[in-house]
Ligand binder design. Structure first.
Ligand SMILES: NC(=O)c1ccc[n+]([C@@H]2O[C@H](COP(=O)([O-])OP(=O)(O)OC[C@H]3O[C@@H](n4cnc5c(N)ncnc54)[C@H](OP(=O)(O)O)[C@@H]3O)[C@@H](O)[C@H]2O)c1
Length: 266
């Protein structure tokens, strides 16, 4: 059987195992997991009775043709040094490590390699997984991985030089937006008698509805702003403030994050 292995049962590893098994794209006897700690492996075995548990990363690599490496970028080369010697070379390695380039991955493993950048929102079946295949990828491996990740949300293929900024938007974005929602809800609570819990419900409802409106109508954000901001009314004051300050803030935020992204692979 062509098993899929997940090395690292942390935030992403556990989210992917849950997503693939819940969606039904993979069956329980098609998935094998390894992780550093017994605690994570016990949590996995408890959540998914019958799932394959490998005692070592090398054992997982011997059992699986497709191997997703979901450890932190600083740890991926150690993992590759453990698994590559026991592999035949016709397997497919899928790296989630942000900032670790195909050149480094392909230097460690000369077979099929793919970089995948998932997003935490796939836990609720929403959001976009970015995929960038390496030079040695075959059609079957490419389609298999794209199909598996399609089961937990949208999939977009990107070139490697597009990956850093796209990662910031698709994958770091939920964290950025959560920080903005926190501020919107906090400002509302401070300016009203509403509790933080109440304003958080209002804020998440408004953000979800706004994204749905833009997606469903196809209107540009500037069109929506024109609809909301009645001339001489309230919204235009706020939008004017934000338009003055936000481009600079976001350029600075992106510059800092891109610098960190590029340093992750070092
Ligand atoms: N979080 C995101 O939203 C996100 C999005 C896109 C890409 N990524 C990428 O996904 C990767 C994982 O991120 P994460 O947020 O899931 O990190 P995380 O929660 O820290 O999980 C990393 C896991 O790796 C395991 N691990 C560490 N060394 C290992 C080894 N030698 N062998 C086997 N397992 C090992 C740890 O295992 P134990 O728990 O057993 O100690 C831990 O559970 C990173 O490369 C990150 O860049 C993350």
């Amino acid at each position: 059987m062509d098993c899929l292995g997940v090395i690292g049962y942390g935030q992403m590893g556990s989210m992917l195992v849950n997503g693939f098994l819940t969606s039904g794209v993979l069956q329980i006897d098609e998935v094998v997991v390894s992780s550093k700690s017994k605690r994570s492996l016990d949590a996995c075995a408890a959540a998914w009775p019958g799932i394959g548990i490998a005692a070592t990363n090398a054992e997982l690599a011997r059992r699986c043709r497709t191997v997703i490496i979901a450890v932190r970028p600083q740890e991926i080369m150690t993992v590759l040094r453990e698994i590559v010697p026991v592999m035949d070379g016709d397997e497919h390695i899928v790296s989630l490590a942000a900032g670790v380039g195909l050149a480094d991955l392909e230097a460690a493993f000369t077979g099929s390699v793919t970089r995948v950048v998932p997003t935490v929102t796939s836990a609720v079946g929403q959001g976009t997984t970015l995929i960038c295949h390496g030079r040695q990828i075959g059609m079957n491996d490419a389609l298999r991985v794209e199909g598996i990740f399609s089961s937990i949300g949208d999939v977009v293929l990107v070139e490697e030089d597009e990956l850093p900024a796209a990662t910031l938007l698709s994958s770091c974005g939920p964290g950025l937006l959560a920080a903005i929602i926190e501020e919107l809800a906090g400002a509302t609570a401070r300016a009203s008698g509403l509790s933080p819990d109440q304003t958080l419900v209002l804020a998440t409802g408004m953000v979800t509805a706004t994204a749905a409106y833009l997606r469903e109508t196809g209107e540009a954000p500037s069109d929506l702003i024109r609809r909301v901001a009645t001339g001489g009314g309230i919204t235009e004051v706020g939008v004017q403030e934000l338009r003055q300050r936000l481009p600079g803030v976001f350029d600075e935020v992106f510059a800092a994050m891109l610098e960190r992204h590029d340093a992750m692979g070092e």
